[in-house]
Write a protein that binds this ligand. Structure first.
Ligand code: DON
Length: 304
């Protein structure tokens, strides 16, 4: 399939659409991004590559990296992981405190902030140098040994991290955080600050389109069963209180971040990454979602 031609066609169609989203400004550093950036990159499991726009420009992947930390923790903990965090959609915004007290400090899923903080706590318990080992893991699967955290963005978020502090304090009190809260928050803020291009992002998540094996290097990153479970969690929880809308309109497992990125997977076919910084009211890329909706419609490639 000539995906490049389809990308060009969709972008023309979207030119007339007013982008009513807003760049995330609660992390001051993210507010400095050019709101009109737009990039897309698709990698097939046969390693064919198709791109459009600013696909080779680095951006902050924010919550998309919660999937990467989850994968690492799942590899380390196996099924024990689910004693500390659930697999149910939250139906609430990404930074919600609402259900946490009710559920005795067990987050609904690992992709909301509370769940991602528990995952970071597990990594702090399990790894000698969690920030270093996490970065090595992401460098390995993205094929870019120079990929890094962005200290400016991590610091900017730390300064404004009142919500995440509230979440972690509540969970510490309820017994679901084992380490010092500042150590865990430091891993979390750095995790969110990872900068990566659409091309690298679609490469990093490609093994999830190939049942856990990187189709380019043949490296087994996750078992088939674990890989399918990660996709199931993304399908149900990857877009917070808009997960239903994404399933309904796009029909792929995926994950968004407040940097404006979205990564989505078609098992057996491809991984696609889109970046457009303006967000809708639920914190997901406005144009990125529209683009993917048109893409799976035109290519008839939703998983349903
Ligand atoms: O915890 C935060 O607020 C951010 N570092 C991550 C939020 C995010 O990307 C939510 N996504 N859509």
């Amino acid at each position: 399939m000539n995906y490049k031609r389809i990308f060009t066609k969709i972008s023309h169609e979207l030119e007339d659409l007013e982008d009513i989203g807003n760049v995330a400004s609660y992390i001051p550093e993210l507010g400095n991004i050019n709101p009109n950036k737009f990039g897309v990159h698709l990698t097939t499991v046969k390693n064919s590559n198709f791109n459009f726009g600013d696909s080779n420009e680095k951006f902050s992947i924010q919550s998309i990296s919660k999937v990467l930390s989850l994968i690492l923790a799942f590899k380390l903990e196996d099924e024990n992981l689910w004693n500390r965090v659930g697999v149910e959609p939250s139906g609430n915004p990404f930074n919600t405190l609402v259900l946490l007290e009710h559920n005795n400090g067990i987050p609904r899923n690992p992709l909301i902030n509370a769940g991602a903080l528990v995952i970071c706590d597990i990594l702090v318990s399990r790894l000698q140098d969690p920030k270093k080992e996490l970065l090595e893991f992401v460098r390995n699967i993205s094929g870019n040994p120079n990929l890094n955290y962005c200290p400016r963005i991590a610091e900017s978020e730390k300064m404004m991290g009142y919500r995440n502090s509230a979440l972690i304090n509540l969970m510490k009190d309820l017994g679901n955080i084992k380490n010092h809260i500042n150590t865990v928050l430091d891993v979390y803020f750095n995790l969110c600050s990872i900068e990566i291009t659409c091309k690298e992002l679609s490469r990093a998540f490609l093994f999830l389109a190939n049942y856990g094996t990187d189709p380019i290097t043949n490296q087994k990153i996750l078992s088939t069963s674990k890989s399918k479970r990660i996709n199931a969690i993304m399908q149900l929880c990857g877009f917070y209180d808009e997960a239903g809308e994404f399933s309904f309109k796009v029909g792929l497992p995926g994950k968004s971040g407040v940097g404006g990125g979205i990564v989505a997977i078609h098992p057996g076919k491809y991984c696609i990454a889109v970046w457009s910084p303006k967000l809708n009211s639920k914190g997901n890329s406005y144009k990125g979602m529209k683009f993917l909706e048109l893409f799976t419609t035109k290519t008839k490639s939703s998983i349903f």
